[in-house]
Design a protein around this ligand. Structure first.
Ligand SMILES: Cc1ncc(COP(=O)(O)O)c(C=O)c1O
Length: 393
């Protein structure tokens, strides 16, 4: 079979692959502790489920506008207004998950010959989506020295080095590192971009409510209102509301970009699932206390996992400000002449010998690290890290 060139440019998502392998081992009766999950272990709050069920009963089971029902676009705009950012409903497009919104945006904005800056460590789908748009990812390494955040100097250097840069993708709080950009840091990056009017910014705020030092993580457009006409913000329901399976996310941006995305969506998926959208309208009215309760649990687990990891000799783990991932440095075990040649070998060893699933850092452009999700119980965190410590000792 001859396949199109674009599909051979990308690999299946390694995070989904490792969780699938861990799940298969569990199904075979093997007692695996998985730190691979990219999703909350909570159930979707009951009131959201009830709203979706009521929508089915009320007959909301047909096609909706491709961009989403007006009530949901309005509720999303109002949610942003509550945070202090002025957003109109026609600046919002609802897609089949944040991943879908990001995919559509890369498809409508990038072309062959374009380059897009994606600071590493990055979420695995950004480079893949850029490649699927026939463009080229540029991957500067934002390492532990800057707490995994791109510095204005790095950004300027990349922009000066290549006139074909058309985009920058930022994620805060970050998957995989949990690192969070402050408002001032976003302003400093924005100041560099003012000299490059052709560069579009993608700001992925999927985990913004899971920010442990602030109520909500800083927003790029609030930090840089003058860049609103070339910034697309991505957010969704998966992480904040424990709704990963509902497949609902959205993009907020200039109307002309939203219209182009809407054209693509209308010719590909059409609308996201009708009754799921009614659940999402309800999610936006969930009392803050419910989100805060989930956040408090994540924060306690973060502190636990960071503490236990740092107690292992040779492991260094920073305390991330958001999301539900830690990204420890295991370079004392990984590299030429060390116990494991690569982090892939290390992750394989941990899965086979310690029965613990972690995602190798190379998948995120950061060899020598691994990502652990702490969206799992305190008991499993204790047991999993105990196994890692034992296996590495
Ligand atoms: C950084 C980041 N962006 C976007 C997504 C997409 O989430 P969804 O498609 O479930 O809305 C994820 C999910 O893992 C993520 O971690």
């Amino acid at each position: 079979m001859k396949f199109a060139a674009r599909i051979s440019r990308v690999q299946p998502s390694p995070t989904l692959a490792i969780t699938a392998k861990a799940k298969a081992m569990k199904a075979d009766g093997i007692d695996v502790v998985s730190f691979g999950a990219g999703e909350p272990d909570f159930n979707t709050p009951a009131q959201i489920c009830e709203a979706a069920k009521a929508a089915i009963d009320a007959g909301h089971t047909r096609y909706t506008p491709a961009v989403g029902i007006p009530q949901l676009r309005k509720a999303i705009a109002e949610d942003y207004k509550r945070r202090g950012r002025d957003v109109a409903a026609n600046q919002v497009i609802v897609g089949v998950g944040g991943k879908h919104a990001l995919y559509n945006a890369t498809q409508v904005l990038f072309d062959e010959g374009d380059k897009v800056i994606i600071p590493a460590p990055y979420w695995v789908s950004y480079p893949a989506q850029v490649l699927l748009a026939d463009a080229e990812p540029v991957l500067p390494f934002a390492g532990p020295e800057s707490d995994f955040r791109l510095t204005p100097d790095q950004l300027r250097a990349e922009l000066q080095a290549d006139a074909n840069i058309r985009g920058l993708i930022l994620c805060s709080p970050s998957n995989p590192t949990g690192s969070v950009y402050s408002l001032e840091e976003l302003q400093a990056l924005g100041a560099v971009l003012t000299d490059y009017p052709d560069v579009v910014v993608f700001f992925d705020a999927m985990y913004d409510r899971l920010c442990y030092d602030e109520e909500i993580a800083a927003d790029f457009v609030q930090a840089n209102p003058e860049l609103a006409d070339r910034t697309v913000t991505f957010n969704g329901f998966s992480k904040t509301y424990a709704m990963t399976g509902w497949r609902l996310g959205y993009a907020i941006g200039p109307v002309e970009i939203i219209k182009a995305m809407s054209k693509l969506q209308s010719q590909s998926t059409s609308n996201p699932t009708s009754f799921a959208q009614y659940g999402a309208v309800n999610a936006l009215s969930l009392p803050d206390s419910e989100i805060d309760a989930m956040k408090a649990v994540f924060k306690r687990r973060r502190d636990l996992i960071v503490d236990r990891l740092n107690a292992i000799e040779g492991v260094h783990c920073a305390t991330p400000g958001g999301a539900f991932y830690v990204f420890p440095d295991l370079t004392s075990f990984v590299g030429e002449g060390k116990r494991f040649a690569t982090d892939l070998e290390l992750a394989d060893f941990l899965l086979e010998k310690a029965l613990v699933a972690v995602v190798p850092g190379s998948a995120f452009g950061a060899p020598g690290h691994v990502r652990l999700s702490y969206a799992t119980s305190d008991e499993l965190i204790e047991e999993g890290i105990r196994r890692i410590a034992e296996a590495l000792s």
